[in-house]
Design a protein around this ligand. Structure first.
Ligand SMILES: *Cc1c(COP(=O)(O)O)cnc(C)c1O
Length: 359
């Protein structure tokens, strides 16, 4: 028998952590569209499945620790040097390694809020202190206020663009003004998890911003546009000295062999996968237009989700939506995020939203 009680203390940071709430899942056997985790509704391409099957034969071996071939392929696809690429077990893990590489205990990390719920967790676990800057109207990042929140203790500013869960992306002019105001020894992380879904011409390419600013790191992922959420592959693009530091702080062998081969196969199928992204963007337009036609006030979205600022009605709305066959992600007291899914899912969600608006 195990003695039931342990006296080993846990870190205070853990007690203070907000929990990461995963998007809801359909009950076993129930037919429902899962629009709660910003996943890609399309299954993997046959060529990607074949790569995963190939990798299965090698799972008695550790993967290539530095994902050399994948890093080189990513670098070639982006037009950067391979030593600037650091892969990890999803870009959420890479963010943790970035913070572990640059933050001392008690350092400040400026974050927009509301934004990606993984940020406060990663910041606390790094022993740093999050400084939350409220969003501007329309769910946009308030970059002016974020620059003003930088103090001598600030080591990192997180810029989520497009912002999860609200949708808008930062514009080139506001980002340029922001970067001019932030000291060069403060790291600016551009989290571009949804960059492939951006269609607004005023939104800059993070890699061009990275090229001009040595204190900028770009985070990207294979989870969303490339549809590999289940295999956990993300990466950072950073100046070589920073990249080496992030690598040193990384979990060894973080990206599985299957993940590496699947990501490589996905890069080889980029045009096919980006054609799917185009279809999702088309459904996003249909969803936004449909909601606005029903009288909803919805912010712009440059990502694969839409935000309904429902306030106190958020949780009840999400429950009714799930009963009607669409699982969305509520943020209690604030709003509901609904991912852009297959056309049938958008149709059904529009019916649910219309009924809710009429209530
Ligand atoms: C989904 C998402 C990520 C990527 O997560 P992975 O760990 O790569 O699956 C990163 N940042 C934001 C804002 C996200 O929404």
């Amino acid at each position: 028998m195990l003695a039931p009680v342990t006296r080993v203390p846990l870190r205070q940071a853990l007690a203070d952590l907000p929990p990461y709430v995963p998007g809801g899942r359909a009950p076993v056997g129930a037919a429902a569209f899962k629009l709660s985790s910003n996943e890609n509704p399309y299954p993997p391409l046959p060529s990607v499945v074949a790569a995963i099957v190939d990798a299965a034969a090698d799972v008695n071996r550790y993967p290539d620790m530095y994902a050399t071939e994948l890093s080189e392929a990513i670098a070639a696809s982006l037009g950067v040097a391979p030593e600037t690429i650091v892969t990890g077990c999803g870009s959420v893990a890479v963010l943790g390694h970035v913070l572990a590489a640059v933050c001392e205990s008690g350092d400040e990390v400026v974050v927009p809020w509301r934004s990606f719920e993984a940020y406060p967790i990663a910041i606390s676990l790094a022993g740093a202190t999050g400084v939350r800057v409220p969003l501007a109207p329309g769910g946009r990042l308030d970059l002016e206020a974020m620059a003003a929140a930088v103090t001598p203790r600030t080591r990192v500013v997180l810029v989520c663009t497009p912002n999860n869960p609200t949708g808008p992306a930062v514009h080139a002019d506001e980002l340029a003004t922001f970067l001019a105001a932030v000291p060069g020894d403060v790291l600016v992380v551009l989290d571009e998890a949804y960059v492939e879904f951006v269609r607004d011409p005023d939104v800059p390419d993070g890699l061009a911003v990275f090229a001009d600013h040595p204190n900028v790191v770009v985070l990207r992922t294979f989870s969303k546009a490339y549809g590999l959420a289940g295999l956990r592959v993300g990466f950072a693009v950073a100046r070589p000295r920073l990249a080496a530091g992030i690598r040193a702080a990384s979990t060894p062998f973080g990206v599985s062999h299957a993940g590496q081969l699947a990501a490589l196969a996905s890069l080889r199928a980029t045009s096919e996968l980006l054609a799917r992204v185009d279809r999702i963007v088309g459904q996003r337009t249909r969803l936004l237009d449909g909601l606005r036609a029903q009288g909803w006030e919805v912010a712009d979205s440059q990502a694969n989700f839409v935000w309904l600022p429902l306030g106190e009605a958020a949780t009840g709305f999400a429950e009714r939506s799930a009963r009607a066959g669409v699982i969305v992600r509520p943020f209690a007291g604030d709003g509901v995020r609904v991912s852009v899914g297959e056309p049938e899912a958008v149709d059904l969600f529009l019916e649910i939203a219309e009924a809710a608006h009429a209530r």
